[in-house]
Design a protein around this ligand. Sequence first.
Ligand SMILES: [Zn+2]
Length: 442
Amino acid sequence: MPYDYRMHHRSLIIAAVMSAAASGCATSPSVTAPTNSAAQLDSISEPYVKLVLALGKHDADYVDAYYGPPQWKAQADSVKLPLQEIATRASALVARLGGIPRPADEMLRLRHSYFTAQLNALAARVAMLQGRKLTFDEESRALYNAVSPSHPESYFQQIIDSLGALLPGDGTVGERYERYRAQFVIPPAKLDTVFRIALAECKARTLRHMQLPPGEQFRIEYVKNKSWSGYNWYQGNYQSLIQINTDLPIAIDRAVDLACHEGYPGHHAYNVLLEQHLVKQRGWLEYTVYPLFSPQSLIAEGSANYGIEMAFPGRERIEYEKRALWPLAGLDPSGAEQYYRILDMAGRLAYAGNEAARRYLDGRINAAEAATWLNKYALYSPTRAQQRLRFIDQYRSYVINYNLGKDMVRDYVEKAAAGNSERRWQTFTALLTSPRLPGDLK
Ligand SMILES: [Zn+2]
């Protein structure tokens, strides 16, 4: 599958309700000094959430979801903390974390690292808003704790040459690829049906291995004029709003991609599991807020993209699509084998999008040159390249979370599973129910 299209959508995260707040889990840190690590970590939640909400007042994209105590949000809205004050409080919280002994329990140890990494990323975002210039790699390391590998043009050109041998017709490989793919667009009138069937299939396959709480559900909306192709807005209480952008034609492979990524076992499942296991069961209120520009996004996007392979390992996807989705979309399933051969090859260009973003954001090429680069090496049509540039302008080095995130999550899961398919699901589910961040995947 072409990475280009998959890269457009971002997500969302986080879950749940405030029974924990009501029961007094998040006490004011200043009243009494907690004596053990667990209680000391509990006392970080409230000031952490409040700092994320405070930064959200300066950066409209920063708070992707919040379903914690409403009075914390009301307070952040009424007192707009200056950036410098947010920076000071963040560094004081990091110092406080440094004084908390590293817990023996693995979940608590991960929670300790989570707070530290998320707060360091918050401080970096504050510095960026204050005018600090970071290179693309410095920024992705500061915000997502990861750096995307670099590839020269020749690396992508080799893949493009191989792709050229598979594609019929005349013109550049990019033109032929676009023309070829246009034959497999889902007719707009059938989009909703195809997408709902794909979601039901992704859900059924996920529930064979993963337990989700009763009542979890989502709504679907079709929207326009967005820089992304899909978005999961988590609402708390096990509910999501999934939006699908219909600005550009949606090819048949995107049905399963989007359904797994935004739904099951991707963002919706992740948010539901975090709400159930961390917020409701443990009272960890830091999970009621989701700061988009933070290491958690690499886990979210990486697991959502790898989730497609989790739900449809090996040949299962193509067999299912030929049997169910292609006929539903009015497409001839006899073309599916060649279609996925070509998409698999084009998928190897995934990192070309990161490369374009890196060169563009580092000021080595301008917007027009970046669009040309996306067209030439990532095989984006001119229209998609423009949409992609809008995404890069808005979300910057966030782009690495999709492909590098997927590769990191896959490596982590596959290594732990050692070829055992049930252990693969156990590891994947454990990742989605823990505070594990990119630095803990090694
Ligand atoms: Zn996403």
